[in-house]
Design a protein. Sequence first.
Length: 100
Amino acid sequence: MRNSYSSEFKLKAASMVLDEGLSVPEVCASLSVGPTALRRWVEQVRQERQGSTPVGAKAITADQREIQQLKALLRQKDRDIEILKKASALLLLDAKDHSR
């Protein structure tokens, strides 16, 4: 079974490598995580700090998490607008049929 780590834990682990200058093996030993996972987190945090999140990845940094949430909200609002447009078009057609 795979372990599941919080975004905060991943950020802390990646920051130990990126900001505190610890090596991947040192951080792996102190936090009991595998090197593959840690290297992936480090690379993702590096990318997120530059303003992008890998496609399909759940954001680790707070800024990128917020951006992902806002993008999801925007997609939902766009879907809602499309539904409303279609509904109002149907209502207009129905109203025209009844006025004849």
